[in-house]
Design a protein around this ligand. Sequence first.
Ligand SMILES: O=P(O)(O)O[C@@H]1C[C@H](O)[C@@H](CO)O1
Ligand SMILES: Nc1nc2[nH]cnc2c(=O)[nH]1
Length: 271
Amino acid sequence: MYNKVMETVEFLNERVEMRPKVAIILGSGLGDLVDYIEEKIEIPYEEIPNFPVSTVAGHAGKLVFGKINGVEVLAMKGRFHYYEGYEMKQVTYPIYVMKQFGIENMIVSNAAGGINKNFKPGTLMLITDFINMFGTNPLIGKNDERFGVRFPDMSEAYSKELISLAKKVAEKNNEKYEEGTYLGTTGPSYETAAEIKMMSIMGADAVGMSTVPETIVANYLGIKVLGISCITNMATGIAQTAHSHEAVVDIAVKTGERFCKWVVDIVSELK
Ligand SMILES: O=P(O)(O)O[C@@H]1C[C@H](O)[C@@H](CO)O1
Ligand SMILES: Nc1nc2[nH]cnc2c(=O)[nH]1
């Protein structure tokens, strides 16, 4: 895997002059953030050696390099989900590439179902911790010490420093947010009401089908993580209506402007 990652990094080094230290992973319906990126260089995943290709609607599948208020960034428009049939090592492959490319801070975003009854569709939730219910872990397998240690610490899965920066920025700009624990599960089926009841008892505030594998690998590699969930629907049993991915994307797009503004303000402080 190490050699494959280095091959991908070499390709990117040749294609792009910028050396961003900040990466942003855009969740379902949150891809409009790329409109805020200037001096863009876009590379479709299919052109990148060893990169998996995204298959889910609402995910365009490209790396976007550029600047936000003068800060160089690397955005992933379209991510890889376990439910698409990828191995965990494929789902998290871009994070390994980011690390070798020089990324130090990663902002990961997602569309999620709200379990905390104080939330509503359109709530932006700062992720303070995660619960891994994928039933697996992206680090299973022989460990390569060139990447990280066998038993990585997860006591600060979401960087306290980045969380306090995000809060400071939100308060300064009067941007509303909530905080909570994100529970990641495989999907692709949405939860039953009984499952949501269990997740609520477990301490989850939101549920989704991504983010946890990427967060685990970023921590393993020594990348600081900030997580933001866009609550697109109240979870099953709390909402009385059925879920659809179209409705999820619709609400995420509608919340997109507030999400983008917040992320732009955060990135601008990461000079
Ligand atoms: O990539 P994210 O986590 O934003 O996508 C969410 C979870 C599923 O992929 C999909 C369900 O509607 O949206
Ligand atoms: N698992 C899960 N993922 C989501 N993504 C957006 N809404 C939801 C939801 O209710 N459940």
